[in-house]
Every structure is written in structure tokens, then in C-alpha cells.
Write a protein that binds this ligand. Structure first.
Ligand SMILES: Nc1nc2c([nH]c(=O)n2[C@@H]2O[C@H](COP(=O)(O)OP(=O)(O)OP(=O)(O)O)[C@@H](O)[C@H]2O)c(=O)[nH]1
Ligand SMILES: [Mg+2]
Length: 134
């Protein structure tokens, strides 16, 4: 049986050299790991629209500027994901975890200290290249 691929909008939210992380709740897929906020893209929805909606729902921020970073396809075995990842460089509001998740701002050079889902390795590489060329 083939497993359907889940399309996800992922946001690397950057503010004053810091990046916003959220910890996945234990009962979720990849529970307990750190992630960039985001969520499933609904039918007919663009990635920026989905990401704007998810950032508001999960973190209470309104994204006002974003640009594509990388599209990652990853197979976890139990689940296939496509992570359409954007850099969010401008937003309004103060980030808070609206869904009970812990959130944290961290310096880019401390990201290696966090335990991320496997698919995120490629995001971290792309982010490093992006920040170097910024
Ligand atoms: N938001 C987000 N999801 C990620 C990242 N890396 C990664 O592998 N994923 C995977 O992408 C999938 C979609 O995440 P989601 O937040 O929309 O979905 P979910 O597990 O909360 O499911 P649910 O919304 O139905 O409860 C999950 O399987 C998650 O493990 C990441 O950095 N951010
Ligand atoms: Mg989510």
C-alpha cells in the first residue's frame, strides 16, 4: 500500500539573528523533537497562505514577508512529507505557543544543539547557505 504524501508549509522565522523553534507535543508524529512552526497545506491553499494561517494559529504571529528557502521530500517510513520551507523575515505580534507547545528563540549557531526530525537536516543546510549569502 502506498502512503500518501503530506504537504506541509514550514516557516523559518528570523528576527534579529534569532530563529523561532517549537517543540512538538509528545503525542504527535516525531513527538518531542524541535521543529520550525508550520502545518499541513489544505486543498487549494498556496504555501504562503497556509504558512500565514499556521503561524497565526500556532504562534500568534502575522507574517508580512516571506521567501522560499527549499522544498524537501522525506520518507519517514510511517509517513511521507513534503516540506515547502520559507524564510519569514518580517512579522507582527509576539510569538507564543498557542497549542500548548514550548517555543524558543535561538541563535543560528546554536541550532545544532536541538534534536530535529531527520527531514530538517536539509533545511538546516539550506538555512546556513542562505544566511551566509544574506
Ligand atoms: N511543522 C513542521 N513539521 C515538520 C518539520 N519537520 C518535519 O519532518 N515535519 C513533519 O511534517 C508533518 C506535518 O506537521 P504538522 O504540524 O502539520 O502535522 P501534525 O503532526 O501536527 O498533525 P495534525 O495537525 O494532523 O495533528 C509532521 O509529520 C512532522 O513530523 C518542521 O520543521 N516543522
Ligand atoms: Mg504544526
Amino acid at each position: 500500500m502506498s502512503v500518501k504524501q503530506v504537504k506541509v508549509a514550514v516557516g523559518v522565522v528570523v528576527k534579529a539573528g534569532q530563529i523561532l523553534l517549537a517543540r512538538r507535543n509528545l503525542q504527535q508524529h516525531q513527538g518531542g523533537k524541535w521543529e520550525f512552526p508550520g502545518g499541513k497545506i489544505e486543498a487549494g491553499e498556496s504555501t504562503p497562505a497556509a504558512l500565514t494561517r499556521e503561524l497565526k494559529e500556532e504562534c500568534d504571529i502575522s507574517a508580512t514577508q516571506m521567501q522560499p528557502l527549499i522544498l524537501i521530500e522525506h520518507d519517514y517510513g510511517d509517513k511521507k512529507v513534503s516540506l515547502d520551507t520559507y524564510i519569514v523575515s518580517e512579522f507582527t505580534g509576539q510569538a507564543k505557543g498557542l497549542e500548548g507547545q514550548t517555543i524558543q528563540w535561538t541563535d543560528f549557531n546554536r541550532l545544532a544543539e536541538f534534536d530535529f526530525p531527520d527531514a530538517n537536516v536539509a533545511i538546516l543546510k539550506a538555512l546556513e547557505a542562505y544566511l551566509v549569502n544574506e
